[in-house]
Design a protein. Structure first.
Length: 437
C-alpha cells in the first residue's frame, strides 16, 4: 500500500469509529431548526452533510483543513520557481489533514505522472463532436468516457465489503485527477487551436504540465496555474458542484459518474459559469465606453446602467461570504506582483474600488464584495488565454481535487444514500393553517 493511501486508511478508520460512537450517543441531539423559508430557499444554510476537506466562514473565508489561503501559500511546497504552492500539496492536505513535505509532494507528482495516460477512445469521443461544442460539454463527456477504467465498478461487481469501498475510490480518484490536465488541454487545443496538440512534459509538475499543454508560454503562467488550481480546489460541501458530486456518489456511482455530474452543475450560470460572465461583462463595458483604460466615473456609470436594466454585476456577491473573497485577494496579490501595468487587470481593480460602494448604497445587498470570479478572467486574458468559454473547464480541473478527496472520505466513513424529505405546497399550507389555529 502506498504511503498516502496507508495514512488515509489509518486516519479514516479512526474517525469512522469515533463518529459512529458519537452518533450512537448523541444522534437525537437537536443541532438546527429548519424554517419554512429554508424549505423554499434551496436548503440554504441547513446543516445536513459532513465535508471533511474544507469549511467556509462568512467572514474569514475558506479554510482547507483549518488553513487559510495565505497560510497555504506560505506552508505548502512550492513550484520550481519557489513562488506558488503546488496543488498536489493541497490534495495531500485535504485527504489526510497534514501539510506534506516536499518529498511527499514529489512522490504524489510522480504518481500522477505515472497514472496520466488517457485511453485513446476518450480522444475519439471528443473528436467525434463538432469543434464548436461547448468546452464543458466536452469535458463532462470525456470524464464519463473514462468510466470504462473504473476500479470501483469492477470491484463492486466482484463483491466488495462496505468497509473497503474507499479503496477503489481512492485509486479511481488518483487516476482521474492525473488525467484531467491532459484531457482539458486536449479540449482547449482542439477547440481554439485547430487541434494542434502539445505533448505532455514529464519533467513538469501537475499544474506546470497543464500550463505547458495549453500552450501558454512562460514560467509566470505556470506559476499562475499552480495558484489557480490551488485556490479553486474546494469551497466546502454545500456549493452546487460539490453537493452534486456528493449526491451522485452517495448512490455508489463511481468517481467518473459523480464528477461528470458535478461538472454539469459547475457549468451553470449561477455557479462556475460566472467566471466567464465576469470577463464578458468587462469586455462589453470597455466596448461601450470605447477605451481600455476607463475612469472610475465611467465604470460607475456603466455599473449603474447595468443595475437599472435589472441585471446583476457578475463577480460580486456570494451566497455565504460577507467579506471580499480570499481567493479574489490571492489573485489580486499575484497580479500586484506580476501584472501591475496590465490594462485589463487595472480595470478589475477600478471595478473593485467602485462596485461595493454602489451595491451598499442599494441597502439590500448582503455582500457587496467581489468573489473569486471577479479577478480570474482578467489575469487569464493578460496571458493570452482569451477564450472565456473555456474558463469553467479550468475551474473544473481544480475543483476535482476537493470533491474527489471528499468522496474518498464519504466512502471511508460509510456515508448513506442522500435522500432529503420533500413536501408539497398543500402540505405547507396545511401546516401554516394548523400553526395559526
Amino acid at each position: 500500500m502506498d504511503p498516502l493511501k496507508q495514512k488515509f486508511s489509518a486516519k479514516s478508520a479512526a474517525l469512522r469509529t469515533e463518529l459512529r460512537a458519537l452518533i450512537k450517543e448523541h444522534g437525537q441531539l437537536k443541532v438546527d431548526e429548519v424554517k419554512l423559508a429554508q424549505v423554499f430557499g434551496g436548503a440554504r444554510g441547513i446543516k445536513m452533510m459532513i465535508w471533511e476537506t474544507s469549511q467556509l466562514d462568512p467572514v474569514k473565508g475558506i479554510r482547507f483543513r483549518g488553513y487559510s489561503i495565505p497560510e497555504l501559500r506560505e506552508q505548502l511546497p512550492k513550484g520550481v520557481d519557489g513562488l506558488e504552492p503546488r496543488p498536489e500539496g493541497l490534495f495531500w492536505l485535504m485527504l489526510v489533514g497534514e501539510i506534506p513535505t516536499a518529498e511527499e509532494v514529489d512522490w504524489l507528482t510522480d504518481q500522477w505522472r505515472k497514472r496520466a495516460e488517457v485511453p485513446q477512445h476518450v480522444f475519439k469521443v471528443l473528436d467525434s463532436l463538432p469543434a464548436d461544442t461547448h468546452p464543458m460539454t466536452q469535458f463532462t463527456m470525456a470524464i464519463s468516457a473514462m468510466q470504462t477504467d473504473s476500479n470501483f465498478a469492477q470491484r463492486y461487481a466482484e463483491g466488495l465489503s462496505k468497509t473497503e469501498f474507499w479503496d477503489p475510490t481512492y485509486e479511481d480518484t488518483m487516476n482521474l485527477i492525473a488525467r484531467l490536465p491532459r484531457v482539458a488541454a486536449y479540449i482547449y487545443r482542439r477547440t481554439y487551436h485547430n487541434g494542434e496538440h502539445i505533448a505532455p512534459d514529464p519533467s513538469l509538475d501537475w499544474a506546470g504540465n497543464f500550463a505547458h499543454m495549453l500552450g501558454i508560454p512562460g514560467n509566470e503562467f505556470k506559476s499562475l496555474m499552480r495558484l489557480y488550481l490551488t485556490i479553486h480546489a474546494d469551497h466546502e460541501g454545500g456549493n452546487a458542484s460539490a453537493h452534486t458530486t456528493h449526491l451522485v456518489g452517495s448512490t455508489l456511482s463511481d468517481v467518473y459518474y459523480s464528477l461528470s455530474s458535478g461538472m454539469g452543475a459547475l457549468a451553470g450560470p449561477l455557479h462556475g459559469l460566472a467566471n466567464q460572465e465576469v470577463i464578458k461583462w468587462i469586455f462589453e463595458m470597455l466596448e461601450e465606453i470605447g477605451t481600455k483604460t476607463p475612469t472610475k466615473e465611467q465604470i460607475a456609470d456603466y455599473v449603474n446602467k447595468t443595475l437599472e436594466a435589472g441585471k446583476v454585476i457578475p463577480g460580486y456577491g456570494h451566497a455565504v461570504l460577507r467579506q471580499p473573497d480570499p481567493r479574489f485577494m490571492a489573485q489580486k496579490r499575484f497580479a500586484e506582483e506580476h501584472l501591475k501595468d496590465s490594462d485589463i487587470v487595472n480595470v478589475v481593480w477600478k471595478v473593485f474600488d467602485v462596485v461595493p460602494g454602489i451595491l451598499e448604497g442599494l441597502g439590500k445587498v448582503k455582500n457587496p464584495w467581489p468573489n473569486v470570479d471577479a479577478h480570474s478572467g482578467a489575469i487569464l486574458v493578460h496571458y493570452g488565454l482569451t477564450e472565456y468559454s473555456y474558463y469553467t473547464v479550468l475551474f473544473g480541473v481544480s475543483r476535482a481535487l476537493g470533491v474527489l478527496s471528499a468522496m474518498c472520505w464519504s466512502r471511508a466513513l460509510g456515508m448513506p444514500l442522500e435522500r432529503p424529505k420533500s413536501v408539497t405546497s398543500e402540505w405547507v399550507k396545511k401546516v401554516v393553517e394548523e400553526a395559526k389555529a
